[in-house]
Design a binder for this molecule. Structure first.
Ligand code: NDP
Length: 197
C-alpha cells in the first residue's frame, strides 16, 4: 500500500530534501508551501502533489487538510528564525510559536485521528538543538523557546496517540539553507543520501 506524506515548508531547504527523499522511498508526497505557484513548480519535477499551506493560518490548515485527504506521514518542517533578543522582539516570539508550535499542533490534531483509525501514522517534528534544555535553549528571539515547546508537544502527543502512530522530533544539525546560511557544514541532501557534505 502506497503511503502519503505531507511535508510543510517543502518548497526549499531541508523540507524540499525531505520531500525528495520520501519520493525516492516510494511515497506519494504532497509539497506544502505558502506560495501555491512555488509549490506547483517544485512538485512538478518530483512527480509530487502540492498544496497551499501557511501554517500560521488555521483556515489555510483546514483547507489544506481537506484537499490532501488521508495522510499517513506528516513532517512538520516549516520554520522561521526571527532575529534579535527574545525580550526585544515580541512579534518574532509570536511568529516562532505560531509557525513551530501552534501550526504543528493544528496539523497533528487534524491528521492524527485518521492515522489512528487506519492503524498507521508517522509524525516527524523538525526541531533543533537550540530547543534542548541540555544544550541551553539557544538561538535568536523565540526560536529556542518554540523548538523546546515543539519537543514537549512531541512527547505529549506521543503519549496520547496509539502505538501505531509514531511521533518523533529530530534535529538536522547545522545545514546550508537560507536559515542555516552558507557557512553550515551539512547540505540539505545529506540526510537523504547519508553521504557527508
Ligand atoms: P529555510 O529557511 O530554508 O526554509 C524554511 C521553510 O519554512 C521555507 O519553505 C518557508 O517557506 C517555510 N515557512 C516559513 N514560515 C512558514 C509558514 N508560515 N507557513 C508555511 N511554511 C513556512 O530553513 P531550513 O530548511 O533550514 O529549515 C527547515 C527546518 O529545519 C526548520 O524547522 C528549522 O528550524 C529546522 N532546522 C534548521 C537548521 C539549519 O541549520 N538549517 C538547524 C536546526 C533545525 P517560504 O519559502 O514561504 O518562506
Amino acid at each position: 500500500m502506497r503511503r502519503t506524506a505531507l511535508v510543510t515548508g517543502a518548497n526549499r531547504g531541508i523540507g524540499l530534501a525531505i520531500a525528495s527523499g520520501l519520493v525516492d522511498a516510494g511515497l506519494e508526497v504532497i509539497i506544502a508551501a505558502r506560495d501555491p505557484a512555488t509549490a506547483a513548480e517544485v512538485a512538478r519535477p518530483l512527480g509530487a502533489g502540492h498544496v497551499q499551506l501557511d501554517v500560521r493560518d488555521p483556515e489555510s490548515i483546514s483547507a489544506a487538510v481537506q484537499a490532501c485527504g488521508a495522510v499517513d506521514v506528516l513532517v512538520n518542517n516549516a520554520g522561521v528564525m526571527p532575529g534579535g533578543p527574545l525580550l526585544d522582539n515580541p512579534t518574532g516570539f509570536a511568529e516562532s510559536l505560531a509557525v513551530m508550535v501552534a501550526g504543528p499542533y493544528l496539523l497533528i490534531r487534524a491528521l492524527a485521528p485518521g492515522m489512528a483509525r487506519r492503524d498507521y501514522g508517522r509524525i516527524v517534528n523538525v526541531s533543533s538543538g537550540w530547543g534542548s534544555f541540555a544544550e541551553g535553549i539557544g538561538g535568536p528571539s523565540g526560536y529556542g523557546v518554540a523548538k523546546a515547546a515543539l519537543n514537549a508537544l512531541t512527547v505529549a502527543v506521543a503519549q496520547e496517540l496509539p502505538a501505531t502512530v509514531l511521533v518523533n522530533a529530530m534535529c538536522p544539525g547545522w545545514v546550508r539553507t537560507r536559515m542555516g546560511g552558507s557557512g553550515a557544514p551539512r547540505s540539505p541532501d545529506r540526510g537523504r543520501t547519508r553521504r557527508s557534505g
